[in-house]
Design a protein around this ligand. Sequence first.
Ligand code: THU
Length: 134
Amino acid sequence: MTAGEIRFDAEALMETAEAAAGQAYAPYSKAMVGCALVSEVGNLYRGCNVENASYGLTICAERNAIFAGVAAEGARFRIARLAVIARGLEFPPCGACRQVMAEFAGEDADISFMDRGQIRTMTMRELLPARFSF
Ligand code: THU
């Protein structure tokens, strides 16, 4: 299968994100977070949160996955859909990650996260209606 043939619905992407959470380095918060995304050309990228003893240096799972996409595809990288999940916790992406997502996602890109035990999907526009841009 070529990269362009990869197709993921929200459920499959969430399962991949859950697996990525197993790679998290989170000795301080204990929050194991995983993210999976599919780029517009059909490649799959995963990320987990990586914490640091100097807490502010921590990077979230979403930004790790996005930066992996940029490193692989370069400046043309675009997010088609993204899913994030934390083991034993539920939260939508943090504000910093929303701003970084919006840099690479169209307004109609689907962003999924867990909400009361269910996958909730919002568009990028709904998640960050007034992003900062130059
Ligand atoms: N975290 C993420 O990975 N993604 C988010 O959207 C919010 C928070 C991580 C950062 C830190 O390692 C832990 O969760 C607790 O804040």
